[in-house]
Design a protein around this ligand. Structure first.
Ligand code: PMV
Length: 311
């Protein structure tokens, strides 16, 4: 029996969320401590079924054509000019849902990789990313494209909507603690709330987006030149701007404050906000203590990760 597997990591936005939807630059990294996996197995039953046992989903391509998993499978088949195979795709993901870690994009990417390999034509990364973007529109409404880009390319990116993604050179390693408030928050809603506020007061919001764009540009220079000590204050400034855009939350603020009190050099929410995850810039030697402080402060999950040097 034929079998193929596909994987995709989670992602963390370091700088620029929300403003990236309005054309400002953002920086994101893959987050491999969590990932989505898809396995395609040949079956004797008719057509393609997609199972996600962790969330109790069972989708049939022919029956559930509007379901995001079916849409992704259909897009892959169309891109490859293939008919629906007699197969079953099983999806597992350790990425918390609706938490700013790119779960939807990673699941689509893993599915696209597994199915295209199974059919003997693994999709090239830019093509896979553009198909995942189509599905992101169902999840998000008006996505910038940063999530599909970083989970498909699997490397740090400097991203401007509509431009070819630029791989980000990391000059010196740096360390992050990532903590989940445990409060799910749909990106579609926070993106929609920012849009409504922007429509009410475009001048104020354009200024806030410009501030964030400036922070992302400065962060890019700091990361590329290895001046990582500059990143903490930039993160904290980015958080202040996100707070003014009303996408923070008391739980995020509490974890951010605790991280700073425990010695983090900077901290901010990451992703859509209003719940989900925050990130803190730490040093290798302080990471453990800061992670513990965040657990004590009530974080549902805490991870420590290194952003390694890249070419
Ligand atoms: O919450 P997430 O992981 O889906 O991140 C969304 C990032 C936003 O900038 C808020 C939206 C977007 O499409 O870029």
């Amino acid at each position: 029996m034929r079998r193929s597997e596909g994987h995709a990591p989670g992602k963390v936005i370091l700088f620029g969320e929300h403003a990236v939807v309005y054309g400002r630059p953002a920086i994101a990294i893959p987050f491999a401590a969590v990932e989505a996996t898809a396995v395609v197995d040949e079956t004797s039953s008719e057509g393609l079924s997609i199972l996600a046992p962790d969330i109790g989903e069972e989708v049939r391509l022919s029956r559930d054509s509007a379901h995001p998993l079916a849409v992704m499978a259909r897009l892959v088949l169309e891109a490859l000019g293939e008919d629906e195979p007699e197969a079953q795709i099983t999806i597992h993901s350790t990425i918390p849902v609706a938490s700013g870690l790119g779960s939807g994009a990673a699941v689509s990417a893993a599915l696209g990789r597994a199915l295209s390999s199974y059919l003997g034509h693994p999709l090239p990364t830019p093509r896979l990313s553009s198909l995942v973007f189509e599905v992101e529109k169902l999840h998000h409404g008006t996505p910038s494209g940063i999530d599909n880009t970083v989970v498909c390319y699997g490397q740090p990116v400097y991203f401007v909507k509509g431009n070819r993604p630029e791989p980000l050179h990391v000059g010196e390693p740096f360390w992050l603690v990532i903590a989940d408030t445990g409060i799910p928050s749909a990106t579609k809603e926070s993106v929609g709330a920012v849009r409504a506020a922007w429509e009410q007061n475009a001048g104020k919001f354009e200024d806030l987006f410009d501030d964030i764009g400036g922070i992302s540009t400065a962060a890019r220079t700091a990361i590329e030149s290895g001046r990582t000590e500059q990143l903490g204050p930039l993160m904290t400034r980015n958080q202040e701007t996100l707070h003014r855009m009303a996408v923070s939350s008391p739980e995020l603020e509490r974890l951010i404050e605790m991280a700073l009190l425990a010695g983090a050099a900077g901290a901010k929410l990451s992703g859509g906000g209003r719940g989900g995850n925050m990130i803190a810039l730490v040093e290798e030697k302080t990471a453990g203590a800061i992670a513990e402080a965040l657990c004590r402060a009530g974080a549902a999950r805490v991870w420590t990760t290194t952003v390694n040097v890249t070419d």
